[in-house]
Design a protein around this ligand. Structure first.
Ligand SMILES: Nc1ncnc2c1ncn2[C@@H]1O[C@H](COP(=O)(O)OP(=O)(O)OP(=O)(O)O)[C@@H](O)[C@H]1O
Length: 392
């Protein structure tokens, strides 16, 4: 389709990570070299072949051995779930088993029935058996992370989304008591209470509201973006005000949290997914799609205790660069090593290569889909020529 658009004398500008698309581009621009404040520069430009042979190109680096990971090839004998004669949407009397304590990937062309199988047929009744689905009874719970983005909310910051701000507020309240100031934990909230800036209501920004002009956000002229009243900012822990803490990167925040006995577990998980560069006070609505997926997974994982959880994730690597996928998959593999089970809907070949068990649905979408094209491990998959395996 892209070629057709080009042939009609149009110009296409595409944001893309997919190597197959990059390979076909006439000109590629790589932005980086890192993420967040470490990004924003043009790293290199050229054709796919030029990038592949330029040592500082991100494409070149991501194809290096360090970013390749193979399947752990775990034993798939223990069953997590049995599906018998599933018929949801386009599924054609589908029967299969998925293994426990492994990474299973369901792949296939768009509309082939992946979501119908995993999100509807399997996940719909949580861990309850149904006419078509029989569960291994060892799972503690089922956690489903879909692609749906949480509703946009200006007041949701990384620190509140990860539920670690209450601890920070309580710490500052305790410190204020020691200094004979009578501030409570709620005075250190920017969402409510008496401590937030009355002009911007704790947002740190105000809207320009000028007649005839589009509204733009301006730094609040009263609190200068700190979100708080001056007397609140005078309370310091280790020399930092609560507004300074919101400016911390995740890496800096971990030091502060550990030093002060706060729960740093969710922050530790974030660093494992290569998100150590974002700041505690960054709004969740400003995150990229790939960053948001990792944040959601981190929040979910950090709340789970122990093992025997079953995670179902719908295309979790959408929007991630190969390098981000590498870090993300390390976290996933650790989860499995800890005794959990993961089912993915995924097209990403780097993920498929790491799967212990692969299911491909097809052959087409809609009425021409819903059939099992392949079930087995990666070494068997490489020997077939399904619509997905030919790209491995
Ligand atoms: N609620 C629904 N009612 C009727 N048909 C549906 C419903 N949801 C999905 N379908 C149809 O079932 C078929 C399989 O859809 P499904 O979402 O399972 O595919 P998929 O493989 O997950 O696709 P994609 O990769 O594009 O997300 C499609 O033809 C779709 O239009």
């Amino acid at each position: 389709m892209i070629n057709e658009v080009k042939e009609r004398n149009n110009t296409l500008l595409v944001i893309e990570h997919d190597e197959e698309v990059i390979r076909k581009a006439d000109h590629v621009v790589e932005i980086g070299p890192g993420s967040g404040e470490f990004g924003g520069k043009v790293v290199t430009t050229g054709t796919y072949d030029e990038l592949e042979n330029t040592s500082y190109s991100l494409l070149f680096q991501s194809k290096r051995a360090i970013y390749q990971q193979n399947s752990y090839q775990r034993d798939t004998k223990q069953t997590a779930v049995k599906v018998k004669n599933a018929k949801t949407h386009n599924l054609r009397d589908l029967s299969l088993e998925l293994p426990a304590n492994c990474l299973s990937v369901i792949t296939g062309v768009s509309g082939s029935g992946k979501s119908s199988l995993l999100l509807q047929e399997i996940a719909q009744n949580q861990l309850e058996d149904s006419k078509t689905v029989q569960w291994n009874k060892g799972f503690k719970d089922l956690i489903v992370i879909t692609q749906k983005r949480p509703t946009r909310n200006k007041r949701s910051l990384i620190v509140t989304y990860l539920d670690v701000f209450d601890g920070v507020r309580a710490l500052f309240a305790k410190k204020s008591k020691k200094a004979n100031l009578s501030f409570s934990s709620s005075d250190f909230s920017f969402n409510a209470g008496n401590g937030r800036c009355p002009n911007c209501q704790g947002l740190g920004v105000v809207e320009s509201n000028q007649l005839f002009f589009e509204n733009i956000e301006l730094t609040c002229p009263i609190c200068h973006g700190t979100r708080y009243k001056d007397e609140i900012l005078e309370v310091k822990v280790d020399g930092y005000s609560i507004s300074d803490v919101l400016e911390f990167s995740i890496e800096e925040a971990i030091d502060f949290f550990v030093r002060n006995g706060l729960n740093s577990k969710p922050l530790q998980f974030l660093t494992k997914t290569n998100l150590a560069y974002i700041s505690l006070g960054q709004g969740t609505d400003s995150l990229s799609g790939g960053e948001m997926q990792r944040l959601r997974l981190t929040r979910t994982i950090s709340k789970q205790k122990g093992n025997n959880h079953l995670f179902i994730l719908d295309e979790p690597t959408t929007g991630m660069h190969k390098i981000d996928v590498f870090y993300f998959m390390k976290l996933i593999q650790n989860l499995i090593e800890d005794g959990n089970t993961i089912f993915f809907i995924e097209h990403n070949l780097d993920v498929i290569k790491q799967a212990d068990y692969i299911v491909e649905l097809g052959p087409g979408g809609g009425d021409s889909g819903g059939e099992l094209m392949f079930v087995g491990d990666i070494s068997q998959f490489r020997k077939t020529s399904t619509q997905t395996s030919v790209y491995l």
